[in-house]
Write a new protein. Structure first.
Length: 302
């Protein structure tokens, strides 16, 4: 297994905090996202490495194992269990110890000998090889645009160089994690595979603000329609909607469009609301005729 320095991938040092890791990942994920770099193989590879690095370093337990075991971090639990088994099985000969270094080569050689190679007694190998261990759970972050999160859709994600096609439920939240059973690491000695935990990052490139299932939007309205009333058309995730303005609509007026918000996660047919705040647009440079008319209005004390 090729060793990848996850800290270098994210451009951080080993003392980085959880917030530093999250910030670095989000910044680079946006830069190298496949949607931003179509048909760019180098960007696609970098994006995969970023997800892999974030998967490990954002999880305190996995980060600890990675710092200790390097590229063999996913086998840390098997190593610890097998070592404990060896300690228990040895009587009178003292506890099992490993006095080698902690370099990448040391761990690679050690795990090879532990799970089928040479270098240890046959009793230790047979015991470690006969024990079944569940595969490592994987964690990955994936990004989708807000507009795609509005409807349920099938999407293929690449996690650890494997393509996984799933149905993304409508209304999935930013930061929400879903479990995909059996798509984690392979089991040891015939043990079951681990699970995959996908954490979604929702990229909002729209003019809507989302809070749960509710949406918020600021809508510009012309001054003349704010004064005299009229009809305007606004865009929603469900298409265009016509709204009537009452004469004398004030700046900052808010209206609620029931059921025009975001779908409620896994509640088919249930939607939040859309809250629209009106912002009256003042005219820019006036024509001489427009200025004259405003002067006339001024005389009326309006």
């Amino acid at each position: 297994m090729e060793f990848i320095d996850y800290y270098k991938v994210l451009g951080i040092d080993k003392s980085a905090s959880a917030a530093d890791i999250k910030k670095a990942y989000r910044k680079l994920a946006r830069k190298y996202h496949p949607d931003v770099n179509p048909n760019d193989k180098d960007a696609e590879l970098r994006f995969k490495q970023l997800n892999e690095a974030n998967e490990v370093l954002s999880d305190p337990e996995k980060r600890k194992k990675y710092d200790q075991y390097g590229k063999d971090w996913m086998h840390a639990e098997e190593f610890e269990k097998a070592k404990a088994s060896q300690q228990y099985s040895q009587s009178g000969s003292g506890p099992f110890t490993y006095s080698g270094g902690t370099s990448e080569e040391d761990f690679s050689d050690f795990f090879e000998s532990m799970f089928g190679g040479g270098g240890f007694g046959g009793g230790f190998r047979s015991r470690s090889q006969s024990a079944k261990f569940r595969g490592q759970d994987y964690n990955a972050s994936v990004s989708i645009p807000l507009k795609e999160a509005y409807t349920s859709h099938k999407r293929t994600f690449t996690v650890n160089n494997s393509n996984i096609r799933i149905t993304v439920p409508a209304g999935i939240e930013d930061g929400q994690t879903i479990k995909i059973k059996g798509h984690g690491g392979p089991g040891v000695n015939g043990g079951p595979k681990g699970d995959l935990y996908l954490t979604f990052q929702i990229l909002n490139d729209s003019d809507f603000k989302r809070e749960g299932a509710n949406l918020y939007k600021t809508q510009q309205i012309p001054l003349i329609k704010a004064v005299l009333g009229g009809e305007i058309t606004i865009d929603t995730f469900d298409g265009m909607v016509k709204l009537k303005l009452s004469p004398g609509t004030k700046n900052g007026t808010k209206v609620k469009l029931k059921g025009k918000g975001f779908p409620v996660y896994k509640k088919e047919g249930s939607f939040g609301d859309l809250f629209v705040t009106y912002e009256v647009s003042l005219p820019g440079k006036l024509t001489p005729e427009q200025e004259r008319l405003f002067r006339e209005l001024e005389k009326t004390g309006l």
